[in-house]
Design a protein around this ligand. Structure first.
Ligand code: WQD
Length: 341
């Protein structure tokens, strides 16, 4: 990947920043676009501290079509794009659907339009296992039917994939891969970058670490009456560094012309389901902390269980996770301790 110039939109975000690090480790020249609506400029220093190379950065709101057009005029030598930029809070999307459709769909269309104008070929899309809803069979394969979205956020991921698919249909030379993440957790081992939720965390793992560090009173476990072994929901928790490496491999696949069709989809998970109580136990084991939590009623919209069939990613991408739940929980805890000190 030496000296390949790659645009990472949303590159100061949680998964984006970890992916920038892995791209730079592979010798890529990275340009980041971020509107800083859900990320801090300090993440740029974190990336630089890890790799020793400061990525180019431009603060651009991708909803501003003219700004997007201007950017691509100035960077016509970009060879690939990894598109993370989007709002991603499920609950918030229910309260502000139009914000989510504008911010997640319009921006995707403007970026794709410029890629077409500049005859840019390679596009990696940040998608989500949310598109499956509660799948009928587990583990969930890429062939599982996409179900009606449970939230406007999930709908924007489904619509986004359809927009990209239609773009690929009319232009064989345009190549795209949609990566459907399961539950990204953890932080870079350097503790220079990690998850930075704004306000009260919606996701489980940052709520656990913020409770343990004393920022939150106690964790509420949303229901223990599900039809699972311990009654709590099951998810596929994937270390964000493993996830980031998958993006580099997917982009290399397109840059090297190894894709078998010009629109491909891959699930990115560990293939292993873990319950909420198992995640809590993992945290307690790696941190030595006793977590304060209580069981409360179910959260609307939660599915009982979701974990990935990882065969396609393993056999076709040649990628699989290497880090464990304990590795992820330990890195999340070290990160929480670092940012609170
Ligand atoms: C995990 C489990 C909760 C918080 C979401 C999005 C998905 C992706 C990842 C973007 C569930 C339980 C949680 C808490 C709890 N995001 N929980 N107490 O909902 O599986 O996935 O984030 O792509 O698209 O849907 O993740 O971390 O919110 O919940 O008991 O305070 O933890 O009920 O079972 P989720 P989560």
């Amino acid at each position: 990947m030496n000296n390949r110039k790659v645009l990472v939109t949303g590159g100061l975000g949680y998964i984006g920043s970890h992916t920038v690090v892995e791209l730079q480790n592979e010798g890529c020249e990275v340009v980041i676009i971020d509107d800083l609506s859900n990320a801090s400029i300090s993440v740029l220093d974190g990336i630089t501290a890890i790799t020793g190379k400061k990525p180019q950065f431009e603060e651009i709101d991708l909803k501003d079509k003219a700004k997007v057009q201007d950017f691509f005029k100035r960077h016509s030598d970009i060879e690939g794009v990894i598109h993370f930029a989007a709002s991603k809070a499920v609950g918030e999307s229910v309260e502000k659907p139009l914000h989510y459709y504008e911010n997640n769909i319009n921006t995707l269309v403007y970026v794709l339009q410029e890629l077409k104008t500049f005859n840019k070929k390679n596009f990696i899309f940040s998608s989500s296992c949310t598109v499956y809803g509660q799948a009928d069979t587990l583990p969930i394969s890429e062939e599982a039917p996409v179900k009606p979205a449970e939230s406007p956020y999930g709908n924007t991921k489904q619509i986004g994939e359809e927009i990209i698919k239609d773009t690929c249909k009319i232009d064989e030379s345009f190549k795209a891969i949609a990566l459907r993440y399961f539950n990204p957790i953890g932080a870079h081992s350097s503790t220079e970058i990690g998850e930075l939720p704004i306000g009260v965390p919606q996701n489980l793992v940052p709520f656990i670490t913020q409770t343990a560090i004393g920022l939150r009173e106690e964790l509420s476990v949303f229901g223990d009456d599900y039809p699972t072994e311990d009654g709590t929901c099951i998810r596929d928790y994937i270390h964000v560094v493993d996830l980031a490496k998958a993006h580099v491999i997917a982009l290399q696949r397109l840059l090297n012309g190894h894709n078998s069709s010009n629109f491909e989809v891959f699930n990115l998970g560990t293939g292993k389901g873990s319950s909420v109580l198992e995640v809590i136990r993992s945290f307690e084991n790696v941190s030595g902390e006793k977590l304060k939590y209580k069981i409360v009623k179910r959260r609307a919209g939660d599915v009982t269980a979701a974990y990935a069939d990882t065969n396609r990613a393993k056999e076709i991408l040649g990628w699989q996770t290497k880090l464990t739940l304990d590795d992820a929980m330990e890195s999340a805890w070290h990160w929480e301790q670092k940012i609170r000190n």
